[in-house]
Design a protein around this ligand. Structure first.
Ligand SMILES: Nc1ncnc2c1ncn2[C@@H]1O[C@H](COP(=O)(O)OP(=O)(O)OP(=O)(O)O)[C@@H](O)[C@H]1O
Length: 321
């Protein structure tokens, strides 16, 4: 198990991360999400031991030290996949993946390389030299190489940033299923809410040097503590409660996702359509609700200027109040 206890770190005087505490259990998938520059990569780097910190970073009770005590960064149980891939350009895909595997057992080595190439869907390109690969292909090879020696903990910094949407969903599923099957803990720093929502057991939101929220993705999505956390999962509305609940007198606001506001011709809550944006199987509608700019989802495009009725579940309103 990984444990961070009161960890503070800054490149200069001002801390980038201040008094960070959290745990990652064996086999757990933890996503770290937050706006650009909030310290996601820095967090992975200090866990890997690239910097000296205040506080303690422990793996199974043993402290992970920075360069002041551990000159060569890295430990056998942990792999860090940075945003640069560091492949050997003249070597083939298979040679890169097997670079750190022992040559004592060539059959076993070959089997392991083939298994990993399957996970990252690079089997067909195994004899191609790394220098001839696209950025996304290089990223997949780097992922396979990081997994080659079966780490107990893997730190992934934006692991799918170069991979096209077409391949990303499948690859993400395969990789995270593989990590679960092998009971490998992982921390994924990401901008992508799908990484944070679909696969993580726990999501950590960083903001202003601190852990701003920490819970399962479902909990964060269903009960966002504030609009910043909600907005990490996509478009979000902050609506005056009295505009959807006539008995309300205060100026209290509640958070609602576009998919939680339903079209209902009979409803007393009226809004004026401003625009409609195609979103695959439905449309994101922009509308004006008593002077508030809101978004809701609908199965078809609605014409600008149309007055529509909107409905929000009473149970949902009560849970967000
Ligand atoms: N080597 C460095 N030296 C000095 N400052 C740095 C260094 N690396 C990062 N920083 C600063 O630390 C802060 C956190 O950077 P970091 O790269 O950890 O953020 P991030 O959340 O990963 O950002 P992004 O999502 O854009 O990758 C930023 O203000 C950045 O400018």
């Amino acid at each position: 198990m990984l444990k961070l206890k009161n960890v503070t770190f800054g490149y200069a005087e001002e801390p980038v991360l201040n008094n960070i505490n959290f745990e990652v259990k064996q086999g757990e998938n933890v996503s770290v999400i937050g706006e650009s520059g909030c310290g996601k990569s820095t967090l992975l780097q200090i866990i890997y031991g690239l910097y000296d910190v205040q506080g303690e970073i422990l793996w199974d009770g043993e402290q992970i030290f920075g360069p002041a005590f551990n000159l060569v960064p890295g430990h056998a149980f942990m792999k860090y996949l940075a945003q640069d891939f560091d492949l050997m350009p003249p070597l083939t895909v298979a040679e890169n993946v097997g670079k750190y595997l022992s040559n004592m057992y060539p059959v076993k080595k070959k089997r392991r390389i083939n298994e990993l190439l399957e996970v990252v869907e690079m089997t067909e390109l195994k004899d191609i030299k790394a220098k001839n690969l696209s950025g996304g292909q290089q990223q997949r090879v780097a992922l396979a190489r990081a997994l080659a020696k079966k780490p107990e903990l893997i730190l992934l910094d934006e692991p799918f940033s170069h991979i096209d949407q077409f391949r990303k969903n499948n690859l993400r599923r395969k990789l995270f299923d593989y990590l679960k099957k092998e009971n490998i803990s992982c921390i994924v720093a990401t901008h992508d809410s799908t990484d944070a929502l679909s696969f993580a057991d726990k999501t950590i939101v960083l903001k202003n040097q601190k852990i701003y929220a920490e819970a399962s993705p479902q909990e964060l999505y269903e009960n966002p503590p504030n609009v910043y956390v909600a907005s990490l999962f996509g478009d979000v509305n902050e609506v005056l409660l009295k505009s959807i609940k006539p008995s309300e007198k205060s100026r209290k606001k509640i958070i609602l996702y576009p998919e939680e506001i339903k079209f209902s011709s009979k409803s007393e809550i009226k809004a004026k359509v401003k625009n409609a944006h195609f979103h695959g199987n439905n449309w994101l509608i922009e509308a004006d609700l008593n002077g508030q700019h809101i978004f809701f989802m609908h199965s078809s495009a609605l014409k600008p200027g149309r007055i529509v009725g909107l409905k929000i579940s009473k149970k949902l309103i009560a849970s967000r109040c």
